[in-house]
Design a protein around this ligand. Structure first.
Ligand code: PBE
Length: 268
């Protein structure tokens, strides 16, 4: 290691993502919880964050980012989460599917499929990594569906296809959510006869869109902690269809070569 503290080496910057992301709120909380008042959380986007990470790793420079799992960056790079003994990033996080009120009555087939859909980190990883490797998003979803007919059959079991009903799914351009949106869109279209419109927005408008009925559903609700503020804001105005993935995680992430193991190590 170097004599300078990690904070000095990285200019006391944590490389964040879009300001509406729950991980940004959690990171502001971590800054308070751990007494990191001399650190700044830099706003950007998921794509800008991974570009900055890639540059740092190529030079073996230290860097601290807001990270989450599932994400292809953990397959591409040797990374580690900083331990979070104060639980600023919560525990046992899940990704939930949320729907507008009334979807069950108006579009029972879509509602049933969206309630059934639940996959694993490995399955999402297949799609996410293929996209990262340059496969077009829609093609990655098509290939996933072709490779997992039994899973698709489970999710669509007993559902009678419709004839071109329109449905709008809201999502944010986080890599994990780009993967889930594309897979679900294609199953709804190719197996269940829907016309699916994707509404790519920020996290706030995504929740608002479902609460107002501008979107029918979203697969991108991270709960109980990451989107807790949004959930409490729209409580009673959306329906929670349950987890589409369990065992997910958010936190501060560094390359394995960085000499820190806990968020407490950022205090300098
Ligand atoms: N994320 C990925 C989101 C949820 C999905 C962790 C960046 C967020 O922080 O809101």
């Amino acid at each position: 290691g170097s004599d300078a503290s990690l904070g000095d080496q990285v200019g006391h910057k944590i490389i964040g993502i879009d300001p509406g992301a729950g991980i940004m709120t959690a990171t502001q909380k971590a800054i308070e919880d751990y007494g990191l008042s001399d650190w700044n959380l830099v706003e950007g986007s998921g794509a800008a964050m991974t570009a900055t990470l890639d540059k740092a790793i190529k030079k073996e420079d230290p860097i601290v980012i807001t990270g989450w799992t599932p994400h292809w960056m953990f397959s591409k790079y040797d990374l580690k989460y900083l331990e979070d003994p104060k639980k600023s990033y919560g525990e046992a996080e899940e990704i939930h599917t949320i729907a507008r009120l009334g979807l069950k009555e108006d579009q029972p087939e879509a509602y049933q499929f969206l309630s059934n859909f639940q996959w694993t980190e490995e399955e999402m990883g297949e799609v996410m990594i293929a996209i990262q490797d340059g496969k077009p998003e829609a093609q990655a979803a098509t290939d996933f569906i072709a490779a997992h007919p039994d899973r698709v059959a489970e999710w669509t079991d007993g559902i009678t296809p419709v004839d071109g009903n329109e449905i709008t799914l809201a999502y944010v351009a986080w890599d994990s959510e780009i993967a889930s949106f594309n897979v679900v869109q294609q199953i709804l279209q190719d197996k269940l006869g829907f016309k699916v419109k994707g509404l790519q927005v920020d996290a706030g408008p995504m929740w608002l869109g479902v609460a107002q009925g501008d979107a029918d559903a979203s697969l991108a609700a991270w709960l109980p902690l990451t989107h807790a503020d949004y959930l409490s804001q729209y409580e009673g105005k959306i329906e929670d269809l349950g987890a589409n993935m369990t065992g997910v995680k958010t936190g501060l992430v560094v390359p394995a070569y960085v000499d820190a193991n806990s968020i407490e190590d950022l205090v300098s």
